[in-house]
Design a protein around this ligand. Structure first.
Ligand code: TMP
Length: 210
């Protein structure tokens, strides 16, 4: 059997801050384990010691949007080399709370970094690596802002205004429309149990395709 046959799948979670994606990680891990799959659960920025150091800077230090983009990709390079690729190679599934779609949404659409620059970095850092499945947790902007207002001390992204969040939502929905095979959009503006069952349905649909 070739290595490629055994390769794991790469699943990413995306959405605006306050969309509630991280709440669903334990459920997603449980669903994968029901299929007897080894899961490596990770996040971006972060996922490695260096990446977590960079995360602390990225979330709380103000910086030029292009510096931010470069640091996101520096963290990503390390993440791919030391966590994502080795796991996929040995046949494990990787579940990452955010990946490059977030860079397109936050640094490009919301902060104005040229898309072509992000595309170049994506190609350099990822080669042909792309998620096999991306679950996009979608909520209206006012719902997201309300959830954040009730939550813990915000980081710099969570302090942005409604206009910034509108750009994020539009960017994510456009990327989902452009990549209909990879993306599944979850209506996250429902009771938690309903969102959970929608996630389970979308995961089972994905399994049916592989
Ligand atoms: P989290 O709160 O969902 O863990 O994400 C951390 C923050 O980092 C979130 O506000 C989005 C932001 N981010 C970017 O701006 N660009 C990126 O490429 C990634 C991965 C995250």
């Amino acid at each position: 059997m070739t290595k490629t046959k055994n390769r794991g799948k790469f699943i990413t979670l995306e959405g605006m801050d306050g969309a509630g994606k991280s709440t669903h990680i334990p459920n997603i891990i449980a669903a994968l384990k029901r299929h007897h799959i080894e899961v490596v659960s990770t996040r971006e920025p972060g996922g490695t010691r260096l990446g977590e150091e960079l995360r602390a800077l990225l979330l709380f230090e103000s910086m030029h949007p292009e510096t931010e983009t470069l640091l996101m990709f520096a963290a990503r390079r390390e993440h791919i080399a030391t966590v994502i690729e080795p796991a996929l190679e040995r046949g494990a599934y990787v579940l990452s709370d955010r990946f490059t779609d977030a860079t397109y949404a936050y640094q490009s659409s919301a902060k104005g970094v040229a898309k072509v620059k992000i595309k170049q970095l994506e190609k350099w850092v990822q080669g042909s690596l792309q998620p096999d499945l991306t679950l996009l947790f979608d909520v209206p902007v006012e719902v997201s802002l309300k959830r954040l207002a009730d939550a813990r001390e915000p980081d710099k992204f969570e302090r942005e205004d409604a206009r910034f969040f509108e750009k994020l939502r539009d960017a994510y929905l456009s990327r989902a429309a452009e990549n209909p095979t990879r993306f599944r959009v979850i209506d996250a503006n429902q009771a938690l149990e309903k969102v959970k069952s929608e996630v389970n349905v979308k995961l089972e649909e994905f399994f049916a395709t592989i």
